[in-house]
Design a protein around this ligand. Structure first.
Ligand SMILES: [Zn+2]
Length: 677
């Protein structure tokens, strides 16, 4: 399974800092990045980041540009040197990580060969689809495509049983949409309509590149859009999927067969190499009922077009430049507002990262991870855990029994920092220096088989859901664990040179953000052992819901682009985590400052000011309108400016630190501030 494609974890931000100049004195909060012509009470985000934003326009290849991207960019250079070194080795042993990443890279960089081949590398798969004659063949090919992680209609993977979190079970989930999200097929605003029209044109353009393998006519692109629209109509929205009980529907294969009599599940499972699927969680039963109807309704010829489209759309990035460019034209330019595609080496690096990320990661950490950072972070985490526990004790709205359970859960929360103790084994994965597309397919198959092999076995708790080279962090509710990959343990999140206030406002708040996910509107529904099971008294649960309403309203009322608002309900979990992140880390800082003598001002700024500015600078970014629009639909995280300007007025210390008064734009009356944890 590719990282983070399906596995349900709550990350710090959805995918994807300025490096301080080495000759200058180190400023953990650099005054040059601030715009002091703007008052902190008017727009704190711009006050903290205004000059950085002016001086760091979005590069053509990106749709947003911020602290995360700058760190990832620096990381890319390191990863490139790791890969290039491996590619140069003449004595790398077959099946070693060095051989695999080196050869994968070589195969992807050979543009001359790829351009000569055109559609050729995926022709055998397209031929298979062309030979479909009846429903039985159709089902067989769907199964076949799934084993290469090409997922028309629905997806299959493995994950913990939500109510028996020690065991891995089969998971079926809705899917099959080229635009990703149901909303784009159903919304009636001008932008959504335009996207749909351009998507149909894009399908036709892609088919026209296939050298008559597929007839690029308007009818077939319309047929495909028609199937996807029907799939969208039977899909759950992103918001509906936030309710873990709604997407937990465990059944046997017999139940599943009754739900969808037109699809032969026994044959399907056998063909994907899972002769005994055991308990099956069906994420969206209504969706699968709809699929059952579609199987009969849609003519076989149309299904074949739809399957071909799934293959081409999944594989376009690994084919010749004409496919890559057409793909970028839609997903990069039209959808996300980018101007230029990434250079080839970065695209190949991304492919290696998503396919055999831990093979690259294990060489990366040997070279670049500083073990002393790990000890520091572990110490910080324990300080935060103590601060959080103390806040739980003092909560005025929660009863003692629920408090006791909450504290038990917090105490049991597992912590992972840096990189896995045990690496993924790729020792049977065949990667060659001269066949990029086959390498991707081999890796997809390898990862699919790996996912399926876990079904029916106990959960392997040593596994990670992100590679160590990812600039991000996550909480996994089924394991009750927080995870911080090596790559996020860097400035501006964390530095041994930064003062406590800056580290607590950066990585400290990130740590508390992840801890709070265990107690947000979703996470609170899981026990300390990661089971979906209610441990709250009804009164406390009711009070919690009331408290979250305040946060929902705050974010609903925060305008982003034109008349577009943030969806407060969709982003609730992340906004709760940010609120917890800020308030708990602030308490943690007060504890740290008590232990050490209170430091003098640095660059004229008090510790409280530096704490708030540190949080703001972590979120500094520029973003294109298209990307912002897209994220307001697709992203469960609020946009970066709101994570500062809408979140920080809930922190009482913000007002005293910057002298914010009634009448200031950032001022929020005390009784309207959100207080949860
Ligand atoms: Zn989060």
């Amino acid at each position: 399974m590719k990282y983070a494609t399906i596995i349900f974890v709550l990350s710090l931000f959805a995918v994807s800092c300025q490096k301080q100049a080495t000759i200058d004195t180190f400023h953990a909060i650099d005054p040059k990045n601030m715009d002091t012509s703007i008052s902190p009470g008017t727009n704190f985000y711009l006050y903290a980041n205004g000059n950085w934003m002016k001086n760091n326009p979005i590069p053509d290849e990106y749709s947003r540009w911020g602290a995360f991207n700058v760190l990832a960019e620096e990381n890319n250079d390191r990863l490139k040197s790791v890969i290039e070194e491996a590619a140069k080795m003449t004595n790398a042993q077959k099946f070693s990580p060095e051989q695999q990443i080196g050869d994968f890279y070589k195969s992807g960089m050979d543009s001359t060969k790829l351009n000569k081949l055109g559609i050729e590398p995926i022709k055998p798969i397209l031929d298979k689809i062309a030979s479909i004659k009846n429903t039985k063949d159709l089902q067989d090919v769907i199964a076949y495509l799934h084993t290469y992680e090409i997922f028309p209609v629905f997806a299959i993977y493995s994950n913990a049983d939500e109510k028996n979190s020690q065991m891995v079970i089969t998971q079926l989930y809705q899917g099959g949409l080229g635009l990703g999200n149901k909303d784009y097929y159903t919304l009636q605003d001008a932008r959504s309509k335009e996207l749909r029209e351009k998507y149909v044109q894009f399908i036709e353009n892609m088919f026209n590149l296939t050298n008559n393998e597929i007839d690029g006519n308007t009818a077939s692109s319309k047929n495909i859009m028609d199937i996807e629209s029907k799939i969208a109509n039977m899909s759950m929205t992103l918001l509906e999927q936030r309710d873990p009980n709604k997407i937990y529907n465990k059944m046997t294969i017999e139940d599943l067969q009754k739900l969808t009599p037109n699809f032969d599940w026994k044959s399907y499972f056998t063909q994907i190499g899972l002769s005994n699927p055991g308990d099956i969680n069906v994420g969206q039963p209504e969706f699968f009922k709809g699929f059952n109807k579609l199987l009969k309704e849609v003519p076989i010829e149309n299904w074949k077009e739809y399957l071909k489209w799934n293959v081409i759309n999944s594989m376009a990035d690994y084919l010749s430049d004409d496919f890559v460019n057409q793909n970028f034209d839609f997903y990069g330019k039209t959808f996300a507002g980018k101007v230029k595609n990434l250079p080839r080496w970065k695209r190949v690096l991304e492919t290696i990262n998503s396919n055999i990320g831990e093979a690259l990661g294990q060489i990366y950490v040997k070279k670049y991870f500083k073990p002393e950072a790990k000890a520091k972070i572990l110490e910080l985490i324990e300080n935060m855990r103590a601060a959080f526990s103390n806040r739980m004790t003092n909560l005025d709205w929660m009863s003692e029994p629920t408090k006791a359970k909450a504290k038990e859960k917090l105490a049991a929360m597992n912590v992972k920092v840096g990189y896995p103790d045990k690496w993924r084994d790729y020792s049977k994965l065949d990667i060659t220096p001269d066949n990029f597309v086959q390498n991707v397919l081999n890796a997809n198959k390898y990862n699919f088989d790996y996912t399926i092999s876990k079904i029916g076995k106990p959960v392997d708790k040593t596994e990670w859901g992100m590679t160590p080279q990812t600039v991000n962090a996550y909480y996994n509710p089924n394991r009750n664990e927080i995870v911080f990959p090596a790559a996020i343990l860097q400035y501006p999140f964390f530095s041994t040179e930064s003062d406590d206030a800056v580290n607590y406002g950066g990585i400290g708040a990130v740590i508390c953000h992840e801890m709070t996910h265990g107690f947000d509107d979703q996470g609170r529904q899981y026990t300390k052992d990661g089971n979906l099971q209610d441990w709250w008294t009804p009164e406390d649960a009711q009070k919690f819901k009331e408290k979250t309403q305040v946060l929902i309203a705050q974010f609903n009322n925060y305008t982003e682009l034109d008349s577009l608002h943030i969806n407060g309900a969709l982003t609730l979990g992340e906004n709760i985590a940010d609120l917890g992140g800020l308030t708990i880390a602030y308490d943690g800082l007060q504890r740290a400052l008590k232990k050490h003598p209170a430091p003098a001002k640095i660059d004229g700024l008090t510790p409280d000011q530096r704490f708030c500015l540190s949080w703001a600078q972590v979120w500094r970014q520029n973003i294109r309108d298209e990307e912002l629009r897209k994220r307001l639909h697709d992203d469960v995280h609020s946009p970066a400016d709101a994570r500062v300007n809408c979140a920080i007025p809930n922190l009482d210390a913000f007002y005293s630190a910057f002298g914010i008064k009634e009448g200031d734009k950032m001022y929020r009356p005390k009784d309207q501030r959100a207080k949860i944890w």
